[in-house]
Ligand binder design. Structure first.
Ligand SMILES: Cc1cc2nc3c(=O)[nH]c(=O)nc-3n(C[C@H](O)[C@H](O)[C@H](O)COP(=O)(O)OP(=O)(O)OC[C@H]3O[C@@H](n4cnc5c(N)ncnc54)[C@H](O)[C@@H]3O)c2cc1C
Length: 457
């Protein structure tokens, strides 16, 4: 070990330096616009490694970034200079089907956890792109296909192992540290590095009735979608995507490159009931593609992976939305019509159901009563393009949809919107509790490369 890594005796992972062959692969994130050069990437294998790395970073006054699955839109899991605590080597998954619990390492990706749990007919509600990390998504909330039935991912966080800013390893449980556990349910990476997640597993049908139907871009299908969403049972997961039809074999060539709307659903019940439930979505005029049927949850989770491959530049905005009506459908369609890149997307995931039934004070997450989460995600093909036009489209689209806002954005999707938007995303009662926790567990704001909750009030 070189003298500049002194103090890491006992470190069982790999310390990656700029001269090492794996350095450039290790510094890349999902968002290809992020091009940073850390001085150290500590690829950890154990909680003890993480504790050594945290102490090392603090001792040398290094900026510390924490990397789980590497899908932070603004690239908060990579730093310029400084130290990256890279958890991608911590990939263990233990399923206890009887107790309905999963012990999950901090570097696990959703596709790994989904596959391990589905083998028992179980799942943790996660996101909807299979290469996203469990860690960041869980700590910021986590919304996906199963959330209307089983809540947010953070609602299913039962316990955690956490390395604090002074390098202590804590077991965070409901009995032992209820306030800290509360903060980990939505408060992001502000209180330390989570090295292991204990997550509740929930029963799912295998296979389940799910899929998507594509229409030419217009407000009519979206209005029908909103009507269905208004009275949908918790078992029905619903997502609308305003996209450009890819040149894929399942899309008729006449529609390659055309603006389209994809209405997607899954039903957590028997297949016949699922078929009946999604039928109205499939009959709004003539679909371009109709791809519903029985499928494993893991297939549903990978359904849009190809539209979110890692490495391209990206920029996002989000907003939790209130009740949606025909005028919202028109505004969304107009915004999608102005898209500046065929890789960009406007997504509306219907929320409510179990999410809304968790008492507000139980977690740090704010928007229990929202009807949907809007995500405006711009992506473009050329990494040399700084993306001004795409940023501009994202912002103007977001502004045009603010009339339907439920009051703020989603912590896991915030980019460069400033500290006011972070505070707004929590709301004042949760913010005061989070600041108190931050003062207790990270008074020097060692963990500040995140949607930051500063220790000052
Ligand atoms: C393609 C794509 C699809 C997405 N889909 C969804 C979706 O369906 N639903 C949804 O809710 N969100 C979704 N997101 C947003 C996602 O929740 C966030 O980007 C999340 O931060 C990703 O987690 P990660 O571990 O991959 O990210 P990373 O970039 O590794 O981490 C993000 C941040 O989380 C913190 N962090 C990560 N690991 C730890 C840890 N172990 N301990 C403490 N802090 C940690 C750090 O602050 C870090 O900067 C999506 C994002 C992308 C890019």
């Amino acid at each position: 070990m070189t003298s500049d890594t002194a103090g890491l005796t006992g470190f069982s992972g790999t310390m990656i330096r700029p001269e090492d062959p794996e350095y450039h692969a290790a510094r890349r994130l999902w968002n290809g616009a992020i091009d940073r050069y850390p001085a150290f990437i500590a690829r950890c294998l154990t909680a003890e490694d993480v504790a050594l790395a945290v102490r090392f970073g603090v001792r040398h006054d290094l900026t510390i970034a924490v990397r789980g699955g590497g899908h932070s839109f603004p690239g908060l899991s990579m730093c310029e200079g400084g130290l990256v605590i890279d958890l991608s080597g911590m990939r263990s998954i233990e399923i206890d089907a009887e107790a309905r619990r999963a012990e999950v390492g901090a570097g696990v990706l959703w596709r790994e956890l989904d596959a391990a749990a589905e083998a028992y007919g179980l799942a943790v509600p996660g996101g909807e792109v299979s290469h996203t990390g469990v860690a960041g998504l869980t700590l910021g909330g986590g919304v996906g296909w199963l959330s209307r039935r089983y809540g947010l991912t953070c609602d299913n966080l039962v316990a955690a192992q956490l390395v604090t800013a002074d390098g202590e390893i804590l077991e965070v449980t409901e009995d032992g540290a209820p306030e800290l556990l509360w903060g980990l349910r939505g408060g992001g990476g502000n209180f330390g590095v989570v090295t292991r997640f204990t997550l509740r597993l929930n029963p799912i049908p295998v296979p389940m009735y799910a899929g998507t139907v594509l229409y030419p871009l217009s407000a009519a299908p979206l209005s029908v979608f909103f009507d269905i969403a208004r009275d949908a049972p918790d078992e029905l997961g619903l997502n609308a995507a305003l996209i450009t039809a890819p040149p894929a074999p399942f899309v008729p060539p006449a529609f390659h490159g055309a603006p389209v709307i994809a209405l997607a659903a899954c039903y957590l019940g028997d297949l016949a009931a699922g078929e009946a439930m999604v039928r109205p979505l499939r009959g709004v005029g003539a679909p371009i593609v109709d791809a519903f049927g029985p499928m494993p949850y893991t297939a549903l989770q990978a359904m849009v992976d190809d539209s979110a491959t890692p490495g391209l530049p990206a920029y996002a905005r989000s907003e939790w939305l209130g009740p949606l009506d025909d005028s919202a459908a028109t505004a969304l369609v107009e915004a999608a019509g102005r898209m500046t890149s065929p890789m960009s997307q406007v997504l509306v995931r219907i929320t409510g159901g179990a999410i809304a039934r968790v008492p507000a004070e139980d977690t740090a997450f704010r928007f229990r009563d929202a009807a949907a989460i809007l995500t405006i995600a711009a992506r473009w093909p050329d990494p040399a393009d700084a993306g001004a036009a795409h940023h501009d489209w994202t912002r103007t689209t977001w502004e045009s949809l603010r009339p339907w806002s439920a009051g703020g954005g989603y912590i896991n999707h915030l980019c460069d919107e400033g500290p006011g938007r972070v505070r707004e995303a929590y709301g004042e009662p949760a913010w005061q509790r989070l600041v108190a926790l931050k003062r207790k567990f990270d008074p020097d704001n060692v963990f500040h490369l995140n949607q930051n909750i500063p220790p000052e009030r």
